[in-house]
Design a protein around this ligand. Structure first.
Ligand SMILES: Nc1ncnc2c1ncn2[C@@H]1O[C@H](COP(=O)(O)OP(=O)(O)OP(=O)(O)O)[C@@H](O)[C@H]1O
Ligand SMILES: [Mg+2]
Length: 327
């Protein structure tokens, strides 16, 4: 068996342990038996273990915490509750299986590092496309727009359908230039660096309200210091994705955004009053494809040392809440 197996009394005294568990904690089996499981845990994890052990009714419940081995080394472990026979050892009330999750942790770290690099590459690519759009497409559209304006001016002497057509064309070109600029701005929010997060959230929110008809309001605590550049960008990307989800799925009337300071953290919350959804089983998105937005938001938060929480109630709305360290 590659897993540690234990039976405990209610106060976490080990009545039985297998050899595998003894190897995990690098302690002779005879010294493991009879001692408390707490002995192999850090002080802060002991309380969590006591609380966990009270859940004996819930067979299969799991908790993760490091085990402190006798030689001072640590091993990340998953501890799960297993049912035990009523006719088992005297006084044994809890059965546990302990799994070494060192490899799982290593794989998670690798995956996280890879995600971080993908996010960085994505931002680099977005910036490049935004530059191309701004330097080439917008400039070109503006030039054609001005010439079409000049043409409309010349045709004004004649009046009639040709002038109207030229004016219409000029307006369409102006609108196209603005739209390309908007896309470029969203791809690379330069204003974030120059004007700061609060300004960009407000102006993007106003633009969202104008474009979608969903009312947008923002309650914002004055931040005395700027957040790190990466953190501001992550919060802005989470905000963008949350608003996109509101537009695509929520059928909401109002969006309320709140940015505030909570001790050593900044918290951004995006609330909508839309249809909500079931969190543990988000519906399959368009064309049978599972969406990536929620996953991406979570990864963005983790990449800057933060955490993301989503609360959603059917017919009541959704709240996306992200907490990131200030420094
Ligand atoms: N604010 C919201 N209101 C209602 N449903 C939502 C909301 N946000 C997400 N959802 C639901 O959760 C699902 C997953 O969202 P997610 O952002 O991951 O994917 P998507 O928006 O469908 O696709 P993608 O973001 O990859 O373009 C959505 O398909 C939608 O059903
Ligand atoms: Mg989405």
């Amino acid at each position: 068996m590659n897993e540690g197996a234990l039976t405990l009394t209610a106060d976490a005294t080990i009545l039985y342990a297998n050899q595998c568990f003894a190897k995990m904690v690098k302690c002779p089996l005879e010294r493991v038996t009879g001692s408390s499981l707490s002995r192999f845990l850090a002080a802060e994890d002991r309380v969590a273990l006591q609380r966990f052990l009270k859940r004996t009714d819930r067979s299969g419940a799991k908790i993760q915490m490091p085990l402190n081995a006798a030689d001072g080394s640590q091993m990340p472990a998953q501890i799960s509750i297993r049912p035990i026979e009523k006719s088992g050892l005297d006084g044994a009330t809890i059965g546990l299986v302990v799994t070494d999750i060192t490899e799982v942790r290593r794989a998670e770290e690798l995956l996280r590092a890879l995600t971080h690099r993908v996010v960085q590459a994505q931002e680099g690519e977005r910036a490049r496309v935004a530059r191309e759009l701004h330097d080439n497409v917008t400039q070109l559209l503006c030039a054609v727009h001005f010439r079409s304006q000049a043409l409309a001016g010349r045709l004004s002497a004649r009046g009639g359908p040709m002038e109207r057509e030229a004016i219409q064309l000029s307006k369409m070109l102006g609108d196209s230039a603005k739209e390309v600029e908007r896309i470029a701005r969203n791809l690379r929010p330069n204003a974030l660096r120059h004007m700061g997060l609060v300004h960009v959230l407000r102006s993007s929110g106003a633009e969202f309200e104008h474009r979608t008809g969903v009312s947008f309001s923002m309650a914002c605590e004055k931040m005395t210091t700027r957040l790190p550049t990466d953190t501001e960008l992550a919060l802005f990307r989470i905000f963008q994705e949350a608003l996109q989800n509101v537009q695509k799925h929520a059928h909401a009337h109002h969006v309320v955004v709140c940015l505030r300071r909570l001790g050593a953290f900044a918290q951004l919350a995006i609330n909508d009053d839309g249809v909500g959804f079931r969190l543990n089983r988000p519906p399959i998105a368009r064309k049978g494809r599972r969406g990536l937005g929620l996953l991406d938001m979570r990864e963005r938060a983790i990449c800057v040392g933060g955490a993301l929480q989503i609360k959603s109630i059917r017919s009541r709305g959704t709240k996306v809440e992200v907490r990131v360290p200030l420094a």
